[in-house]
Design a protein around this ligand. Structure first.
Ligand SMILES: Nc1ncnc2c1ncn2[C@@H]1O[C@H](COP(=O)(O)OP(=O)(O)OP(=O)(O)O)[C@@H](O)[C@H]1O
Ligand SMILES: O=P(O)(O)OC[C@H]1O[C@H](OP(=O)(O)OP(=O)(O)O)[C@H](O)[C@@H]1O
Length: 229
């Protein structure tokens, strides 16, 4: 790998546009990076940066193995993939919530404090793209579940008897509503993170520190702009 250059892995999909905007605002001129093109890497010689475009779920792998020095990825993916990378910064965009949801007709009874009593869900099947997140949540409650790994359209699974419940992302709540599912427990909130390869963090410390500092300042300025409106 060219030691002068810093390779940054960006996720195609929902986090790409914000990632490009953030990097552009700190002088890494990547406005022309385009997910619709089949081009998967871009050299930005002026900034001494290479941008690579990966699937969101693959970003921690590219960074762990050092194929990328830095990456941008959702906290949810970071928890699920559990790779050996350094989390440098919460970039605060791409907010989403993880929940347990079930068909309206089979939600468990509620405790007196209004929370659903999840104890009857022990050993039940949970359809999810995030089996580790699901297992961790239930094991912290002293429960065990049987995760069924799917790659999309998770809400379908309980509707056709593949699983009793799902663990998935809720944003507007439209997908749950349209499939007659109800949230029975919140799990976690996630935003996007800047991550680094461990070796690159030592070998390219000054450059990585510079980028992290600029991104942090840029976020602070954005907060000040909003506050002054
Ligand atoms: N409504 C949402 N649905 C899904 N992800 C969201 C949402 N809002 C924010 N995100 C964030 O965007 C990240 C990327 O989601 P996206 O749907 O683009 O990729 P993906 O389909 O999960 O990944 P892959 O293509 O690798 O399976 C998620 O990991 C999450 O952090
Ligand atoms: O609360 P909502 O606004 O309806 O959004 C939530 C949906 O968005 C995500 O799916 P995505 O669009 O990534 O498609 P997928 O099911 O193929 O993962 C998530 O997995 C939910 O299905």
């Amino acid at each position: 790998m060219d030691n002068d250059f810093l390779t940054i892995a960006l996720p195609k999909g929902k986090l790409l546009i914000d990632s490009i905007q953030r990097l552009s605002r700190i002088g890494i001129e990547c406005q022309h990076v385009n997910e619709d093109s089949r081009k998967l890497f871009y050299d930005l010689p002026q900034s001494k940066v290479k941008i690579i475009i990966c699937r969101a779920t693959d970003i921690p792998t590219y960074v762990e193995y050092g194929a990328a020095d830095l990456g941008i990825v959702g906290k949810d993916t970071l928890l699920e993939e559990n790779k050996d990378v350094i989390e440098l910064l919460d970039l605060k965009f791409g907010y989403c919530r993880f929940v347990v949801a079930m068909p309206e007709g089979s939600v468990p009874p509620k405790h007196s404090n209004g929370e659903y009593d999840l104890s009857g869900l022990n050993h039940q099947r949970v359809a999810t793209k995030f089996p580790r997140v699901a297992e961790t949540f239930f094991s912290e409650l002293g429960m065990q579940v049987n995760p069924i790994k799917l790659h999309g359209n998770i809400e379908l699974a309980p509707c056709v008897g593949l699983a009793e419940m799902i663990v998935d992302i809720v944003s507007t709540g439209k997908t749950l509503r349209e499939n007659h599912l109800l949230e029975v427990a919140p799990i976690l909130e996630a935003t996007s993170r800047l991550i680094a390869n461990r070796v690159a963090y030592r070998m390219k410390y000054e450059r990585i520190k510079d980028i992290t500092g600029k991104l942090r300042n840029d976020m602070n300025e954005e907060v000040l702009d909003v506050q002054s409106l």
